[in-house]
Write a protein that binds this ligand. Sequence first.
Ligand code: GLC
Length: 713
Amino acid sequence: MNHIDGLLQAMTLTEKLGQLNLVTANRAITGPTTTTDIDAAIRAGKVGGVFNLWGREAISATQRLALEESRLKIPLLFGLDVLHGHRTIFPVPLAEAGAFDPDLWMRTARVAALEAAEDGVNLTFAPMLDVSRDPRWGRIVEGPGEDPLTAAIFARAKIHGFQGDDLRSPAALAATAKHFCGGGAATAGRDYASADISPRQLRETYLPPFRAAVLAGCAAIMPAFNCIDGAPMTAHVALLRHYLREELGFDGVVLSDYTAIGELIEHGVAGDRTEAAALALNAGVDMDMVSGVFLEHLPEALSRGLVKEEFIDAAVRRVLALKGRLGLFDNPFRLAVSCASRTPDALELARECARRSIVLLANRQVLPIDKNLRRLAVIGPLADARMEMQGPWSAAGRPGTCVTILEGLKAALPDCDVVHAEGVGLGRDDDHGVAGACELARWADLTVLCLGEAAHMSGEAACRATPDLPGAQQQLAQAVIATGSPNALVLVSGRPLMIGDLAESAGAIVATWFPGVMAGHAIADVLTGAFNPSARLPITWPRLTGQIPIFYAQRSSGRPPDEANPFTSKYLDVAATPLFPFGHGLSYGRASLENLRLDRETYFTGEEISVSVDVICSEDYARRETVFFFIHDRVASVARPVMELKRWRQIDLAPGERMTISLTLEMEDLVFPGVELRPIAEPGVFDLFVGFSAASEALLRASFNLLARPGAA
Ligand code: GLC
């Protein structure tokens, strides 16, 4: 009999249910209720894992309670939301996604794992893989943007970074792919709201990142709070049991979100906590985060015949198996062998990642800042806002250690007179300082406007019906720009912000997102040209909230938008196009694409398609360029999106250099869920679009014909 079988045989029902109980130690508050007196529960064998606790001493003391004072001495899991760093806080995931660099995504997760493991954590509730196209949703900041392929590649990189090659390594974290699934499509961008997603959209958009996570060996999955078409994800038998467990073969742990099992009552699918516990267990949920219904109500569910003990045993086995994969039975304290915590390497990586995540959206000959600049005004509530730079979900990060934009610019321009004025408060409608700020702008040779959101305006429970510049910031910017001072607008936020007329009036626009601990230095590196900005938007940037959801992979319509024809799919009051499209981002200097070619014009199903394109760099700047490859299946049994991202390549170009990118598309890239939702590649004409973004007017195009292989079924 193996170790787990032995434990299972020895366990009382309470001890089995204890392994399914995940409680919070409340060092961070990430939900509406808390857990009390967990020590007694641990001693009684009623706890399988603790989260929102970190620090080697505190965790070791809690682990010792389980190992020395409980009957079966089963070690605990220790979870935390290590999303974008632990002590060294990297840019928020939405920012990092814009680097379009899986190696970077993996490296930051690796350092985060090292730092968190040193603090005793062995499970992270990350990566967050919610595809979203709705900037009203505060949690859009936590994910990799709007595109399912980007999210799938992001998933693989993050899981490898967190978990490494062997979970037994003391520096590895078990990763949790979350939130499965569809939370990013919540009604009106409101947290926890229902999502109505067709089975097709599920397969095309929301499931692919989680399929990638399972294939990458992700240790755990967390269902989303929302329901899909009336079925709460925490009790979704079709998606949790049939799709995840049976179709994908996921044998890891499904751990509920915070009090989500108890909330099945509010969802209106459970009459009481016993029914809620039964629904979740029968759907395939293994651990109950905070609600306590598994521990308290599964015994009654058993006696009422609502669940079978074999389902409880199966859940306990998966939890114990995860503890075994982490090596906790042999090495419950998992003393980290070494840690790159806050070493220069970690901080340098934080600076590199932030530089690589900052998007230059517009530049009307203002940037980069001239090295000989004499007088610089740094205006706005985000200029000296140390506590905001980390953004949300930075549990063990120390916001007081962040480098501000003002500090970064002063360090980068030692001979320049750099003067700061807040102008207006963050989120308050006070315009007390606008006049003074304008005076300063008139004095300066250049003004950097630092505007945007506070960290608490982004993340969970931070949805905004009007995702614009909070408070009087828009007025401040308009007044400063009206002075005629050359200016650059720096936007610090967790989402695309609606910036109205600033899109045209600002001299330059830079999206920094929440750049993390090295914010100021990275932003200065980009503004001064010490680093040539290379990030591209992982999400479409709307002109107005009314356009949401707006994203590149839309299906056509019978009347595609045509400004010249009123009877087409468009608005009276705003263009149908976004302010900035998916993939948009400028660099200093220019690049161009030429000579897109395929190896043939016709292919049989199953054959590879070889593609090449030339990229040319202007003479003035070296640059890192990202080239996107989209397809469009012109005619199919189901209307296909007008563009679908299938590849991207990133290359470094010297000034004046010309480079050829060559790659192959596989048949898999042409597959889509057919009428019956079964994967199929249908013969017909395909367009291939290649460009620096999804901006249709700038794409190179080629087409090819796919024929059914003779004799193929
Ligand atoms: C929160 C979040 C989830 C997080 C969990 C634990 O409610 O929805 O993403 O992992 O609680 O903090």
